[in-house]
Ligand binder design. Sequence first.
Ligand code: PEP
Ligand code: MN
Length: 362
Amino acid sequence: MEATVMNIKEIVEQKWKKRPLIISGPCSAETEEQVIATAERLAKTGKVDILRAGIWKPRTRPGSFEGIGTKGLPWMQAAKKATGLPVTVEVATAKQVEDALHFDIDVLWIGARTTVNPFSVQEVADALRGVDVPVLIKNPINPDLELWTGAVERVAKAGIKNIGLIHRGFSAYGNTEFRNAPMWHLAIEMKRRNPELMIINDPSHICGRRDILFDVAQQAINLDFDGLIVESHIDPDKAWSDAKQQITPEQLGEMIDRIVWRQEASNSEELQSALEKLRQQINHLDDELMQILGQRMKIAEQIGEFKKNNQITILQTNRWNEILDRAVQKGNKLGLSQEFITKYFDAVHMESIQHQNKIMNS
Ligand code: PEP
Ligand code: MN
């Protein structure tokens, strides 16, 4: 009998390797009943691997609910006992690490507001020395991959073997549809640099609202993320923190069901060779684009000569506006977004200016 019962460490190890890995639970632990009821309803969906809850909440402004504190940790233990789900909480200080481990929290995560601060990350890392616990590291609130990487290095140097990444989006000034801009390219680059680390997506903190959660989650899966961490609550609108972005455990179950799970590279040779053909087409087109860009720069240099000989400034604002307007209109017809066209032409224009600058200064 004994031998067939997996201990929680084995379960955690298994979960850590499971794809997709699904973590869910409330933004904050509020009451013992809420934690246990959420856990039970999540477990019932059969879609969740690990239960999350915030015990200490780093809030942007003082005066809002800052977490139930250490007294919430036994509730997580009770939820684990009731459901068999391993549990995870956020830690930001040495004391919090110590308390979490004391109450047998199975997985720890470092929040975005902590990753941003090397002193705090180091404090957490030092507290983890000699401890065998998996750690998930959220991206810093600002779009800085070096800080994210630094946090991974600090935790790894402390001897933590199982490290994972959480992409929760980045703080961006101005109103966008997201609470935190996903800036997918940064997550993709972090994934490229750390192929050995699992990376899961946190659509809740990216969206800040529940109506677009699914789209972001699906996008992450399309981009080959290893799983999701999604906030859920038994009564989302009454949640003590992040009410707008939480969903019920049942809605979480439905969402996971609705997601189209894709494989990265299939083993099937047929699929691979079809993919290979399309990739070759992309390579050809990229080569052509580069050729054409090279030609464009040559002409820009000729214009530079002309401007130099006639003492005209490089930047001709009217002309630049004309180029952009033209491109946006054309791009629109080709199904290219205005955002992309603007970014693309900005980059081309800057390169062009640099080429002209060289001519002007020669
Ligand atoms: C959270 O997960 O509840 C949280 C505080 O997230 P973040 O660190 O991404 O803001
Ligand atoms: Mn939250």
